[in-house]
Every structure is written in structure tokens, then in C-alpha cells.
Write a protein of this length. Structure first.
Length: 617
């Protein structure tokens, strides 16, 4: 392998003038590694740029192998990581590997010299390379975004005019959690990390990585609250920032529209949709009729569930959160507005506005009733202290069970805080059974009262504190204990039946939802299969038509060649005839020449014989 030629092919060296490439080869440092050796760990910070020259390596992100890269792959011509703090750990897989290392300032100097000589680096450079992007790339990304396409041209001009550049170094904290929001940021070059502190000072969690063209900092400006995350630069870079006042005036005022409930309700009746951004259990406990539910922290990931041809009204229990949710959707091109009052306020004003979307209705003939605590574990297995939450019992093992159990948990939470009128139980089989037990208990209680008031003559007497004789109470106490035990047993049995029946209903609901999901999945698979078949059929027909055209052309060409061959054979025959004629003519000419030659010789001899006679005369 030609090492120098391989190094010259690295990005951005491949488009530098040859003298600058030669200098780069001389300045390159080649390092050798063995299997299992770590080139550098994740989070390591240096000013070096690493290229894979030979062998195979693994890129590891938070302990998980994300990619295996070989030196023969085209991607190996680019740096393994941007300079600064490294995003990945790099570990050698082959028996040996060779890594080429450059200093960042050396590459920058070579690129700058190439630009001064009028030979800039290749236009194929990507954001992960040393020359990450031209200064106008971030503007192009912004102008192509759904958010900026909805802004007036004058606002866009003013935005670029008011933006100021901020030069950042690796590990520099741009935004700190808990501080007030003052700017809206767009990354021009470089990379940044989003992290959030864990309550109790137990460290930080990694949320996301940001690259060129990405924006951050809007949530604190919209909600007028402190920053909810920390943004730290992973490498040197440049940011463009817009002040809070300019952000609100030029961007926020153009894309965010508050709306009252009455105005939104009329549009919902015409086909618009409520979008509830609360948590699923809050949505299940009471929501606006027909509303869809996506929690605000899942909007970025689940916005593809929504249709861009619908108009959405974002609602929830926090108007500021609703505004943030509406902005996130507006960034993605949705037609959206947010409700200027909370769902809780609407419920207080008119409880009939809220429904329970996921409640399971029970028939009058049901053998199970829904009463407070029905979903909880029986007292004989758990200690009831009044603080038990049904959601902490029997956690579900997968996402489908979680989806199926949302309504059950919400009902249990609501039932724990509601007072259920007894009239709701009287018309059910369970209610009637409990009523019979209560009647029997009252009857037995009356009998016990009569026993206590009329002691048996055979019962032994005991002296009370006043010295008076009285009947011993062991028998009534034993009867009460037996009665209480029997009552507890019956109550446990009824509660167990209720829980079992409720579990059966949940199981049926789960099976129904699972069957529905399977039907939808099968239908989606069928639709995709039909589309694939149609696509391949269209491609096959197109290729078949093309082959037919080529076949016709080949047949025509074969016929032409056949005709030309026939003509050549005919010409050959004619040529052979002419050649035979020429040969015959040649033979005749030869014979005539020979005859003439003989005649000339004969005439010469006759002349010689006549010469003496002529002389004598």
C-alpha cells in the first residue's frame, strides 16, 4: 500500500495543491496499535485529528458499539471525530491498526494557504470534517426550515441583521441549567452536548448532541423561565445568537397564536383537533372530547404521528408549556395554535367539558363493580397505610401492556380520591351480594345484643369493679371473633372476585387492542406489499418495454447484416465470374502473342532467304 498516496486522499487534503499535500505527508504522525487497544476514550479532549490508515476499528458510544469501520471503506477518508472533546471511544478490532494523526492548527493553516492560492478545498467537505461548512451553510439550513419558510421576508432580513456571532471553545458552557434565558442560538460550526442535572445532585444525564444548523434556547424565552438544561461545546465552534426581544418580536409573534376556548371549539367542530400535551394518566383522568395525546417531552419524537393537513390546538395544564409545544410543532411545519387557558380551569368552570377517553364502561349485569382500591393488592399480601399507589403494583413488562393499562391506572388513581355514592353499587350483582352480607351481619349483631342483654343461667358469673356479679363474656366474644373472621373471609372473597373480574376485563381489553394492533400491522404490511409489487411490476414493465425495443432493434440490425451478407456473396460470385473471364482473356492474349511471335519469326526467315535474290537483281 502506498502510504503517502493514501494520506493525500484524506479529506480535506485530497483537494489541496500537490506541494501542500507533500507538506501534510511530512507532518503526518503514524501511530501503531494492536487488537483491543483504545485509540482514545469518549469525552477525551485534544487538538488532534485522527484518520484510519490501515486495519479495522470500532466506534463506541456510551458503551454500545455503533459502527465498525475498515480502512478500505470510503468513510475512513474522513476524520474519526472532530477536534476537541471526542464523541466516541475508538477501539482496534484487527490484529493491528495504523492511525494517522494531524494537529488541527496545521490542517487549518494548509487549508488557509490553499484558499490564498486560489485553490480552495473540495466542496464535498461535510460538517464532521475540519473545514466543517462555509459560513453561509447555516443560513441556507435556516431558510430551508419549516419555521423560517413561514416568516415574512422582512423579518428574515432583520433576523440576520440582528444576529451576532459568538466564538466558543471546547468544553465551554454556553447555556447553564437554572439561569435565565436571554438568547436564541443557532450553531454555525462545531458540536454541542445537551445535558440535565439530576435532582439531589446525583450527577448529569446526557440528552442529545447538536451539530451545525441546529438551534436551541427557545423554551426558556417562550415560557419566560430559567433554562431547563445545560449546553456545553464538544469542540471549538461558532454560534449565532438572537436576543430575547428580537426573538419574540421577529419569530415568536409570527408563529405562535393564542386562542380562546370558545373560538377553538367552533373550529374543532369544523374539523380541527385538540392536542393534549399532558401525561397519559392526566389525559385519561379527564380531557377535552376528541383530543389526541402526546406529552410535551415526546413531541419532537412523535410529531410524525400528526397530519400536516390538520389544524391543531395545543392544550394542557400549563399555558407556557402549551406555547412551547406549539412552537415545536410550528418548527416542523404544522398549522398550530395554543389554548390561552388550562384544562383544569375549563373543568372548574364546566365539568361537562371534560370526558374520560379511556374509561371502560360496565354493564348493569356485570358481576364486578368498580370501587375504590379494586386494582390494589389484597390486604393479606400488602400493608395498607393509605399511601399505596396502584401504579406501583404489578409493573407491566412491555410497551403494549403499558398502553393497555393506562386507563386502568387512571381509574384507580381517580377512584382513590373520589367518594362513590352507594347508589352506583345497588343495581349490580356485587352490590346485592354485599347488601345481603351486611343484612346478615346486622341480624347476627342483633342476636349478639340479645345474648349480652340476657345472660344464660348456666353461665359462670364474674365480679365487676363494684363487686356485682355479671355473666362472663367469653361466649359473646368468641361469637364476635367468629363472625368477624367470617365477615373478613367473605369480604376478601368478594374483593378477590371483583379483582379477578376486573383483571379479566383488562385482559379482554388488552387482547382486543392487541388484535387490533395486529390487524393494523397486517393491513400495513399488505399495503406495503401491494405498493412494492406495484412498483416492481411498473419497473418490470418498463424494463420489458425497453428490452422489446432493443430486441426489435437487434432484429432489424440482424436483417440488415443478413442482406449485406447476401449482397457480399453475390458480389463475390460476380467477382469470381469476372476473374474467370479475365483469366480466359489472358489466355487468349497469350495465345495471340505466341502466334504473332511465330509469325514474326517466320517472316524474318523468309526475308533472309529473299535477300540474295534481291541483291542479284
Amino acid at each position: 500500500m502506498d502510504t503517502d498516496a493514501h494520506i493525500r486522499a484524506f479529506v480535506p487534503l485530497q483537494r489541496l495543491p500537490r506541494p501542500l499535500q507533500d507538506r501534510a505527508v511530512q507532518l503526518a504522525e503514524v501511530r501503531n496499535y494492536v487488537r483491543g487497544q483504545v485509540v482514545y476514550p469518549q469525552g477525551h479532549s485534544d487538538d488532534l485529528v485522527y484518520y484510519l490508515l490501515a486495519g479495522t476499528i470500532e466506534l463506541i458510544y456510551h458503551g454500545k458499539i455503533t459502527r465498525t469501520l475498515s480502512a478500505t471503506h470510503k468513510a475512513a477518508l474522513r476524520p474519526l471525530d472532530p477536534p476537541g472533546r471526542k464523541r466516541y471511544s475508538v477501539r482496534v478490532v484487527d490484529r493491528s491498526a495504523r492511525i494517522v494523526v494531524f494537529r488541527r492548527n496545521m490542517l487549518d493553516r494548509l487549508v488557509s494557504e490553499a484558499e490564498l492560492q486560489g485553490e480552495p478545498p473540495s466542496d464535498e467537505l461535510e460538517v464532521s470534517e475540519i473545514a466543517t461548512a462555509r459560513s453561509s451553510d447555516w443560513m441556507i439550513r435556516m431558510l430551508q426550515s419549516e419555521l423560517f419558510s413561514a416568516l415574512p421576508a422582512t423579518n428574515i432580513q432583520r433576523i440576520f441583521a440582528h444576529m451576532e456571532q459568538l466564538i466558543c471553545k471546547a468544553d465551554q458552557v454556553v447555556v447553564r441549567q437554572g439561569e435565565p434565558g436571554d438568547y436564541y442560538y443557532v450553531i454555525e460550526s462545531g458540536y454541542a452536548e445537551v445535558s440535565r442535572s439530576i435532582a439531589g445532585g446525583r450527577g448529569q444525564i446526557h440528552l442529545a448532541d447538536l451539530g451545525p444548523g441546529m438551534a436551541f434556547g427557545e423554551e426558556a424565552l417562550i415560557a419566560n423561565r430559567p433554562r431547563n438544561a445545560t449546553i456545553t461545546m464538544l469542540s471549538d465552534g461558532r454560534l449565532m445568537r438572537l436576543g430575547k426581544h428580537d426573538f419574540i418580536e421577529l419569530i415568536l409573534s409570527q408563529v405562535l397564536r393564542p386562542i380562546s376556548y370558545d373560538a377553538a371549539r367552533r373550529k374543532v367542530e369544523d374539523g380541527s383537533v385538540w392536542l393534549d400535551i399532558r401525561y397519559p394518566e392526566d389525559h385519561a383522568a379527564g380531557a377535552l372530547t376528541g383530543s389526541e395525546n402526546i406529552p410535551v417531552n415526546m413531541l419532537r419524537l412523535q410529531s410524525n404521528r400528526l397530519r400536516k393537513d390538520f389544524h391543531y390546538f395545543v392544550c394542557g395544564d400549563d399555558v407556557a408549556q402549551c406555547a412551547i409545544g406549539a412552537f415545536l410543532l410550528a418548527e416542523r411545519g404544522f398549522d398550530v395554535a395554543y389554548l390561552n387557558e388550562t384544562i383544569a380551569t375549563l373543568g372548574e368552570r364546566d365539568p361537562a367539558l371534560l370526558t374520560r377517553p379511556h374509561m371502560v364502561e360496565e354493564s348493569r349485569d356485570a358481576t364486578v363493580i368498580k370501587f375504590p382500591g379494586a386494582e390494589m393488592t389484597l390486604p393479606e399480601f400488602e400493608d395498607i397505610d393509605g399511601s399505596m399507589d396502584g401504579r406501583d403494583i404489578n409493573p407491566l413488562e412491555n410497551t403494549i401492556n403499558k398502553i393497555a393499562g393506562l386507563s386502568t391506572y387512571a381509574e384507580a388513581d381517580q377512584a382513590m380520591h373520589d367518594t362513590t355514592p352507594i347508589e352506583q353499587f345497588t343495581d349490580t350483582a356485587t352490590g346485592r351480594t354485599l347488601a345481603d352480607i351486611i343484612d346478615e351481619l346486622e341480624h347476627q349483631h342483633d342476636e349478639l345484643d340479645s345474648v349480652e342483654s340476657a345472660p344464660s343461667a348456666h353461665a359462670p358469673l364474674e365480679m365487676d369493679r363494684d363487686g356485682r356479679a355479671g355473666a362472663r363474656s367469653e361466649a359473646p366474644r368468641d361469637a364476635i371473633s367468629i363472625l368477624m373472621a367470617e365477615m373478613e373471609t367473605r369480604l376478601r372473597r368478594e374483593v378477590a372476585k371483583s379483582v379477578d373480574a376486573k383483571s379479566a376485563l383488562v385482559a379482554v381489553e388488552y387482547q382486543t387492542k392487541l388484535a387490533r394492533m395486529r390487524e393494523l400491522t397486517d393491513e400495513e404490511v399488505r399495503q406495503k406489499e401491494i405498493k412494492i409489487r406495484e412498483r416492481y411490476a411498473a419497473e418490470y414493465n418498463e424494463k420489458e418495454q425497453l428490452v422489446r425495443v432493443y430486441y426489435k432493434k437487434l432484429i432489424a440490425l440482424a436483417n440488415k447484416i443478413s442482406r449485406q451478407k447476401t449482397q457480399l456473396q453475390e458480389a463475390k460470385k460476380q467477382f469470381e465470374l469476372k476473374l474467370a473471364s479475365a483469366n480466359q482473356l489472358y489466355r487468349e492474349v497469350e495465345e495471340m502473342r505466341k502466334l504473332l511471335s511465330d509469325q514474326i519469326i517466320y517472316m524474318d526467315e523468309q526475308a533472309l532467304e529473299d535477300i540474295p535474290q534481291l541483291i542479284s537483281l
